[in-house]
Design a protein around this ligand. Sequence first.
Ligand code: SAH
Length: 436
Amino acid sequence: MCYAIPGKVETIDKNIAIIDYFGQKKKAINELLSLVPGDYVYAQGGYVIQKVKPHDAKEILEAWQEMFVQLQEVDAKIFRLSDKGAGENLKLRNILDKACEGKALKNEDLEYLLNLKDPAEVELFLKAANFLRQKYHQNACCAHGIIEISNYCRRGCTYCGISTHNGSLKRYRMSPDEIYSAVKEAVDVHGFKAIVLQSGEDPGYSIKELAEIIREIKKRHAVLILISFGEIGIEGLKELFGAGARGLLMRFETSNPELYRKTHSGQELETRLEHIREAYKIGYLIITGGLVGLPGQTSKDIINDLFLAKELNAEMFSFGPFLPHPNTPLAGSAVLEGDSILKTLALARFVALPESKILVTTAFETLTPSAREQGLLAGANSLMLNVTPLKYRALYSIYPKRAHELESIDIQVKDVIMLLKSLGRVPTDLGISQGG
Ligand code: SAH
C-alpha cells in the first residue's frame, strides 16, 4: 500500500511547483533540477521528493480515482454540522460560527471551549473543528513513520521514562546498518514517504555520524527525513539540514517558563525555542507542541501552548497527554481524561493556520484506544506509525505500555488503512495548500 498518491506538476515558478491532485491544486517546494511541468511526482510535507514514471503514476491514479471520489462523499457526510446538540447555548453557537468562518477567537472563548462539560456541547465543538479540517484539508490524512534509533539520554526531564531518572531501563542504540534496514523496510516494503528519526539526547552519536546516516538514507531512498534528536545545537541543525534532513520534530513541552524549569531540571525554555526558531530559518518544516496534563498546568497554559506552536510556524501541531512513568519523579501523578486531549486538538484546529496539520499522538492512543478515530473527527489529520524494529520498540519507554508496542508494521498499516477508509480519508500528504 502506498503512502502517497502522485500528483501532476502544472507549473514551476522558481522553486515552487503547483501540483494537481484530482483537480485540487497544491503547492510544494521543489529541489529536483530536472522537474518540468507535466511530470508526475510524490510530494510530502510540502516538498517534492520524487519523480514518478508517467505509466506508473497513471496506474496508481486510476486505482485511486474512484475511491477518491467515494471517500470524499463519505467524509462530506460525516463532517456536516447538525443543528442538534447546542441546545439553547447561543454563546457556544456564536463562538463556533466565528471559528467555522476561520475568524480568530479570543483567549476567553478558547478557554470557554476547553472547559465545556456538557457532552452534547462538547460534541458540537469537536464537530466544528472537524468541519474546519474538512474545509482546509478535504479528506487528506498524512501518515509518517517514526524510527526510534536510540533510547540513551543525558537529560533529566522529570516526566520522561528514558531520562536519567530511569536507572533500570535497558539502553539500546541502533547501528547505522540497523537504521538503514529499518528505513528500507518502511520505505520499500510499506511505502512510507516520510520518516522521523528520533532518539534521546544521545552523545553516543556525533553530529558527523548522524549526518552520514542521513546522507546515506537520502542516497538510497526518495524519502522526506525529519529529525528528533533533541537540542543538538544550531550548528548541528545546519549540518543535518545540509545532509538532507528537512523536518524537525521538537516539542517545546510547555510554554510556561516556570513549569518548564521545574520539569527540566533547571534548563531554560528559551534554549529549546531558539532551536525551533533557528530550524525554521534554516528551512526545516517544524513539528512542535507540548504535553497536556503536566502537574500544575492550567487551561491558560494550554491555550498559550497552542499560540506558541502557531508562532513557531508549526506545519504540524503535536499535542499529547502526559502519562506518568513509574521510574520518574512524576510517578503517581494524576492521569488526564481523554476528553481534554480531544478538546485541545479541536482548539488547535481553531488556532492553527489553515494549512497546518494536527497529529493524533501515540500517547493519546495509549490513553484512549479509539483516539485515532476520535481525534480525526475532532480536527486532526495526521498519524505517526511506529516503524522501530520490534526488538527495540518497548525499550523506547517514554511512558509505560505504549500503544502498538507489540504490533508488526504490517498490522499497523492495515489497521490505519481500514480506519481511514471507514472515515472517508485518503492516506496521503498532499503538500502545502495553495495560497498557504
Ligand atoms: N530527544 C528528543 C525526543 C524526546 S522523546 C527531544 O528532545 O525532542 C519525544 C517526546 O516524548 C517528548 O518531546 C515528550 O513530549 C514525550 N514524552 C516524554 N515523556 C512522556 C510521558 N511521560 N508522557 C507523554 N509523553 C512523553
